[in-house]
Design a protein around this ligand. Structure first.
Ligand SMILES: Nc1ncnc2c1ncn2[C@@H]1O[C@H](COP(=O)(O)OP(=O)(O)OP(=O)(O)O)[C@@H](O)[C@H]1O
Length: 353
């Protein structure tokens, strides 16, 4: 899907915005605090119903009133579409084609991914971010993922509560078959998605970083020698002591290695950015192959931490990516002086093409 018009009312410093977006490759330029990241956040928020900066809905409200609205027109695989998201003190409301919709409807309409400086944590920190990277892709290509995820969450919640309440083994184990079955199912979807992506990601990273030998391994979250059901039984006493279930796909880990070393010990911040970019672009291409949708890619602070020749290889990969791309930068200099990029100047909450 391509966003062809973006409108906003009282979103951060954008009091009123109505921006036609004619093209696929777009560049927002402007000084510090001009509002470039807020524009990406607006698109992300519309398409994913949350801020990528971890801001609460209320924080997105500008000074004009206690309410904000974002609206988008789209063209693409599903024909012309519209979507809107409005927040007021009563809560958040989503609309699709002018009719009330769920946040999930918007998430499905125009899959959107972001590469932003804070994403280093996806490599440098714990497994949560890497799991959510895999799950975002699985969600869009595998319709059975959400029902399995809901079954799993429910069984996990119930078992955890019974563990905390120190209830009998009979009561606790009653939830284990459901938890194990849905948990194994989720792991299977993740594995399938990763195996479809693995080679492409490794090759893309090798191309971007000019270094070979990258590997990805998904650890299930329970022991490799046992089924999840067996693991839950074997570790019930440990789980009792801790008051929570320690085995399952909620403990899965995606290990990324460069040669034999974990990637976070091995590469610089700039290289981390390229690894993440390679992972995101490959995953977006897989979504196009498997679900027929080319996600929108947002890249905040495109040039940060990248030497000019790395910027050039990243831009080259984004240019051949078939989906819509939005970049931000302080100015259109160096490799960004590219006639294929539609340029937008952002100044104090205003945008001009
Ligand atoms: N809810 C809000 N209401 C009004 N203004 C806001 C709100 N939230 C942030 N701002 C203002 O928006 C500006 C920051 O915008 P943004 O982060 O989009 O800038 P940027 O162009 O990406 O800057 P940089 O290049 O420095 O990252 C700041 O001046 C901030 O005070």
């Amino acid at each position: 899907m391509q966003l062809t018009q973006l409108k906003a009312d009282n979103f951060r410093r954008f009091t009123k915005l109505s921006l036609p977006i004619p093209g696929r490759l777009n560049l927002f330029v402007g000084a510090n605090a001009a509002g470039k990241t807020s524009l990406l956040e607006m698109i992300y928020c519309l398409n994913r119903s949350k801020s990528f900066r971890g801001s609460a809905y209320q924080d997105l409200m500008g000074p004009a009133k206690a309410q904000w609205t974002v609206f988008g027109r789209y063209e693409g695989e599903r024909g012309p579409q519209t979507a809107g998201l409005q927040w007021a003190e009563q809560g958040i409301q989503a609309r699709r084609e002018g009719k009330p919709a769920s946040a999930l409807d918007l998430v499905q309409l125009a899959p959107t991914q972001i590469l932003e400086p804070g994403m280093h944590r996806m490599i440098a920190e714990g497994p949560t971010y890497r799991r959510s990277f895999i799950d975002w892709g699985v969600f869009h290509v595998e319709p059975r993922f959400m029902p399995a995820w809901r079954r799993f969450r429910r069984a996990l919640r119930q078992r955890n509560q019974l563990l905390r309440e120190r209830r009998s083994n009979a009561e606790i184990s009653a939830w284990e078959p459901e938890l194990a079955e849905s948990g194994e199912e989720l792991h299977g979807y993740r594995l399938e998605h990763l195996s479809r992506m693995r080679q492409q990601v490794s090759e893309r990273i090798a191309r971007l970083l000019e270094e070979p030998d990258w590997s990805f391994e998904l650890q299930s979250g329970w022991s490799a020698e046992h089924s999840l059901l067996e693991d839950l039984e074997r570790h019930r006493e440990r789980d009792r002591r801790l008051g929570m279930t320690q085995s399952g796909p909620h403990r899965a880990e995606l290990r990324i290695r460069a040669g034999k070393l974990a990637v976070r010990h091995r590469i610089s911040r700039g290289q981390q950015k390229l690894v993440l970019a390679a992972m995101l672009i490959s995953q977006c291409e897989l979504l196009l192959q498997d679900a027929g949708i080319a996600p929108i890619l947002l890249v905040d602070d495109f040039s940060a931490e990248l030497a000019e020749h790395f910027q050039a290889s990243l831009l080259a990969q984004l240019k051949v990516y078939p989906g819509q791309v939005f970049l931000t930068a302080f100015e259109q200099s160096g490799v960004l002086k590219d006639s294929e990029l539609a340029l937008f100047h952002v100044e104090q909450g205003r945008v001009r093409a």
